[in-house]
Design a protein around this ligand. Structure first.
Ligand code: IMP
Ligand code: MG
Length: 176
């Protein structure tokens, strides 16, 4: 499949994503029983993952969104832009920060530090995809969907220059 100038092939099928999302949701439902967690997806990338995730969570939870952006084309710019922030009091709440992918880790690092200053009772990170080879920050991401090699991916919320977010499967770049 071609998006702009790049060729992509299926990497993780919809059925595998669905299965893993159900497992993560079950784990959250267990770990946060009685805690009414606040789930904070990072837009835009996490929108599909987060919506599928919360539908499978069986305990009461709240949702609030933040928006950040650090990518330009296929490279992290290393400069995380917070486009809009939180409209909710997190003091003494149990927070789960959710992203589509942790690459360099700069985005999660900046947002986690920000959220910590709001004095939540606890804060954990969840990502559908983790690229350990690209990580530049020491982050403890407690909930990981899939650990993947350091190749560019699109689909299921992830984009290449704005395109591909709507794809049901996750695709990996073919060649370079
Ligand atoms: P980080 O700050 O380098 O960890 O990058 C996080 C953000 O960059 C993610 O939320 C994605 O939006 C984007 N990103 C990182 N890797 C990829 C990729 O392989 N494909 C598409 N977007 C990516
Ligand atoms: Mg993102």
């Amino acid at each position: 499949m071609k998006i702009k100038d790049k060729e992509f092939g299926v990497f993780i099928q919809q059925s595998s994503i669905e299965k893993r999302v159900r497992e993560l949701a079950a784990q959250i439902s267990e770990d946060y029983k009685g805690l009414d967690p606040v789930i904070i997806p990072i837009l835009n990338g996490a929108f599909l993952f987060a919506s599928d995730l919360v539908k499978e969570i069986s305990i009461p939870c709240e949702l609030s969104f933040v928006k950040a952006s650090s990518y330009s084309g296929m490279e992290s710019t290393g400069n995380v832009k917070k486009v809009f922030g939180l409209d909710m009091n997190l003091k003494s709440r149990h927070v789960i920060l959710v992203d589509d992918i942790v690459d360099t880790g700069l985005t999660m690092d900046v947002i986690v530090k920000d959220l910590k200053s709001l004095q939540p009772a606890s804060i954990e990170m969840m990502t559908l995809l983790l690229k350990p080879e690209a990580l530049q920050k020491q982050l403890h991401v407690k909930y990981v969907g899939f650990t993947i090699p350091n190749n560019f991916v699109v689909g299921y919320g992830l984009d290449y220059e704005g395109l591909g977010r709507n794809l049901k499967d996750i695709y990996q770049i073919v060649g370079r």
